[in-house]
Design a binder for this molecule. Structure first.
Ligand code: ANZ
Ligand code: ZN
Length: 833
């Protein structure tokens, strides 16, 4: 009997697949299935065992779909621009382009030994000029539609990475790349109007087959709030004895955004963010309107030193009253004090609020601390809190008293609009997307600054604007990219007037290339269009997209944004790119921590492939636990998987050695087991429950071996032999290819050179696949009190009788008639006593 030599088998089949181009996507006219991995960014350290988990899963699905007669598109490529690649290159003193090339080589080798069925003829690399030509092209279309603008607003500046970064690239207020404390610096930036798409990004979620948790993260990130903007007039109270009359020409006002206009009668003070422009203009006013200027100045300086996050997180609220002015509550006509406090953020809403301490916790805390008036305007009690934040019936609200919150809201907004002192408003947490970086390793932004014409797009036929060679790609730290130092490249002619122009030297952020790569896989060679219209229509949307939950917001929002834009300009046919999304749970180290060089707990897939084989690695990673859950590595359990494959190998070797028995008719028990297995493995793969699919195949193998060892005949014939291999094939493609070939060669009745990867998926007969025995659960008032094995199609009458006569049940009934007995076919009997 031959030994299971995984090395020989795995390299044999990997070579065969590559040479025969078995997995090349064709134009076959079959139904399509597009299954996509989030392409990796090829880092210097290579893959650890966590990375391939998602790739193995898409490979299982891809192989399964191909066997189900779909034309499958399963491509792979490299997301290679961006800070990590550049920082790695700087550290190792090689050009980023060179570093990327080396790293891709390593990654590709590591992936190839796992036996993934990618169509490598469609490989893409975001740093390839023929690719980023189209990234630039999309940017130009966005620019031409007025959705890209320059801004000088202060943004986060990382002093160590020496570049501006978007809010969403911060981790707890620090640079995500290097952990440095960021500063606020005004730098000229290109910004994309993603907020124009906020509502569509939100609504689009409803029709997507995504996990709820990820949809919820997107909803929170977009953060849509409905409410009103209300204008409050500012007055200067008559000071005793002072000649400060004449409030009539005093035209200042404050606009506050609120989600609860219904609480207007309870607004007892106002708060401005310290950066609010009104504060600056009041302070610089010659009449010295604010009487405590010094105190106010000091407070502003102090709060500017804090990051937004610190401001939101600090427990103890602080603030200063702006003395000398008051606001007028438009509903009560009362004068209320105006404060500045840094718990109000300048970047949200209008940067000013009406404070309702009776019904808002932050306002309450603040009012308590500074002794401000608290007026309840909604009737209700919160047992845990002094503040009532729920809905209820209005009180202390004039003509609105007695009405419910929703109604008050509506009526007050109507009144505000009629009186022209406010209007309905929607606000988003999401900001426009800061889209430029002051670094070398990114797509150049294809614009030219002309003294006469302003900003002029590079003509499309001159794309790509290639990254020039530089002597030093170190960041300059001046707020300009290293490209700014290359005069030859920077100085150019204006495409519009022919005069002197300068190229834009900012580059695009790391996220740009991944915003549309899934479209390029459809048509990688096209140099006339980003993607051919007909092909795009055929292959879109991506049917299944798999990747890490860390991309739940940024990548998946940016890509949806660009896709919707491309839909609007009629480049793509559908307005959402990814129909189904599944997220991969992390693989943790065996110590339960994240795998990291820092902890020295990284497990390398190459070693496992070498020692135990790719099939063992693949089956183990799919068997570890539910696919989307984090789970710790366990070497023993992996060895268990290897033993399973060895048992399969042995089963088939014996089968081949005793091939004359292969035509035995299958006995009925064995037949049923096979059909049940086909049904459940099919269901499990469709639902990405890979672990249970594998568990059932293990049970099945044990069943067969057990029966065979007892000398039973008709347990495992030629039909079983082929069908089981096909079920296992997506998970363990090498060993199953080899065994399939061996069985075929032994079987004289077949011509014998089919390969299993292109065989049809097994079908099952429903009546054979039905469970014949079940565990009938017996409950009393919903609590499980007994379980018993019965036939699956037990009748209602028989099941009830069985339940009522159970020794475990009788004591609960105390000889009384139950009120009701409920029967669920195939599952349970519930007795209501
Ligand atoms: C009055 C009010 C009464 C409020 C009440 C809440 C409860 P979301 O849901 O996040 O949109 N707010 C508005 N702008 C703010 C800013 N720049 N900084 C800090 N807080 C701000 O929250 C909107 C609510 O947060 C607004 O509604 C406002 O307080 C506050 F019983 O106005 B509310
Ligand atoms: Zn010009």
């Amino acid at each position: 009997m031959s030994k299971y030599d995984h090395k020989k088998i795995e390299s044999k089949w990997q070579e065969y697949w590559a040479e025969k181009q078995v997995f090349k996507t064709k134009d076959s006219g079959k139904d399509k299935f597009y299954v996509l991995d989030m392409f990796p960014y090829p880092s210097g350290v290579g893959l650890h065992v966590g990375h391939p988990k998602g790739y193995i899963a898409t490979d299982v699905v891809s192989r399964y779909k191909r066997m189900n007669d779909f034309e499958v598109l399963h491509p792979m490529g490299w997301d290679a621009f961006g800070l990590p690649a550049e920082n790695y290159a700087l550290k190792n003193k090689i050009h980023p382009a060179k570093a990327v090339e080396i790293n891709i080589q390593t990654f590709k080798e590591q992936l190839s030994i796992i036996g993934l069925d990618y169509d490598w003829s469609r490989e893409i690399n975001t740093t390839d000029p023929s690719y980023y030509k189209w990234t630039q092209w999309i940017f130009l279309q966005i620019f031409k539609k007025g959705l890209a603008y320059q801004s000088e607003e202060p943004i986060n500046w990382c002093p160590s990475c020496k570049t501006g970064i978007a809010n969403e690239d911060l981790e707890h207020g620090k640079c995500e790349q290097c952990g440095s404390e960021v500063q606020q610096r005004p730098i000229r930036q290109w910004v994309l109007r993603i907020t124009d798409y906020a509502d569509r990004l939100l609504e689009g979620l409803d029709k997507l087959d995504w996990e709820d948790s990820i949809k919820e993260m997107q909803r929170n990130w977009i953060g849509r709030s409905e409410g009103a903007i209300i204008k409050f007039q500012i007055s200067r109270p008559q000071r005793q004895g002072a000649a400060l009359a004449g409030t009539a020409d005093f035209k200042f006002q404050i606009e506050g955004f609120t989600t609860q206009p219904d609480t207007l009668f309870g607004a007892t003070y106002m708060v401005l963010a310290p950066e609010h422009e009104l504060v600056a203009s009041l302070l610089s006013n010659q009449e010295s309107i604010i009487s405590n200027q010094e105190e106010v100045d000091k407070y502003i300086k102090m709060s500017l030193r804090k990051t937004e996050l610190e401001r939101q997180e600090t427990k103890e609220k602080t603030g200063v009253e702006l003395k000398g002015i008051k606001a007028i509550n438009p509903a009560t006509k009362e004068e209320i004090p105006i404060w500045i406090a840094d718990y109000v953020l300048a970047s949200y809403g209008t940067g000013a609020i009406m404070a309702v301490p009776a019904h808002d916790e932050r306002d309450f805390e603040f009012a308590k601390k500074y002794n401000l008036e608290i007026i309840k305007v909604i009737d209700g009690v919160d047992i845990k809190n002094e503040v009532y934040t729920g809905e209820g019936i209005a009180i202390n609200s004039g003509e609105y008293d007695g009405l419910a919150t929703a109604e008050v809201k509506e009526k007050i907004i109507k009144w505000l609009e009629k009186e022209d002192i406010g209007k309905k408003a929607v606000n988003y947490k999401m900001r426009d997307w800061v889209f430029s970086r002051q670094r070398y390793w990114g797509e150049p932004i294809p614009l030219i600054h002309c003294e006469k014409c302003g900003v002029v797009p590079v003509p499309e036929d001159e794309l790509p604007v290639e990254l020039p060679e530089v002597k030093s790609y170190e960041p300059t730290g001046t707020g300009e990219s290293p490209l700014a130092n290359i005069d030859q490249w920077v100085n150019t002619k204006c495409p519009q007037c022919g005069g002197n122009g300068k190229r834009e030297t900012n580059t695009m952020p790391q996220w740009a290339g991944s915003c549309w790569y899934y479209l390029r896989y459809i048509d990688t060679e096209n140099n006339k269009h980003l993607v051919d219209k007909k092909l795009e229509k055929h292959w879109s949307p991506v049917d299944l997209y798999v990747g890490g939950a860390e991309h739940a917001t940024r990548h998946l929002i940016y890509a949806r944004f660009w896709h919707k834009f491309l839909f609007d300009i009629k480049v793509v046919d559908k307005d959402e790119p990814f129909q189904k999304l599944k997220h991969v749970g992390l693989i943790l180290a065996d110590d339960g921590r994240k795998m990291s060089k820092r902890w020295g707990n990284v497990i390398n897939p190459d070693e496992i492939v070498e020692k135990l084989g790719a099939d063992t690695l693949r089956v183990y990673e799919m068997f570890m636990g539910p696919f989307n859950q984090a789970i710790a590595w366990n070497t023993e359990s992996m060895i268990g998987v290897r033993k399973f494959l060895e048992r399969v190998w042995k089963l088939y070797q014996e089968f081949i050695d005793n091939f004359s028995q292969s035509r035995d008719t299958a006995n009925s028990k064995s037949k049923r087991e096979l059909h049940k297995l086909i049904k459940s493995v099919t269901f499990d793969i469709e639902n990405m429950k890979f672990n249970t699919a594998i568990a059932k195949m293990m049970e099945y193998t044990n069943f067969i071996l057990g029966r065979k060892s007892k000398g039973e005949t008709g347990v495992f014939n030629i039909e079983h032999a082929f069908e089981f291999l096909k079920l296992l094939h997506p998970f363990a493609p090498h060993i199953t290819s080899e065994l399939f070939e061996q069985v075929q060669k032994t079987d004289q009745s077949k011509s014998g050179d089919n390969i299993i990867s292109l065989e049809p998926w097994p079908e099952y007969e429903e009546k054979l696949a039905k469970e014949d025995e079940i565990e009938l659960v017996i409950q009393i008032n919903g609590k499980v009190r007994d379980k018993m094995k019965t036939s699956a199609d037990i009748s209602e009458k028989a099941a009830k009788k069985l339940a009522l006569n159970s020794d475990k049940i009788k004591p609960y009934l105390e000889n009384k008639e139950p009120k009701k007995v409920i029967f669920v076919q195939g599952k349970l009997v519930n007795i209501v006593a």
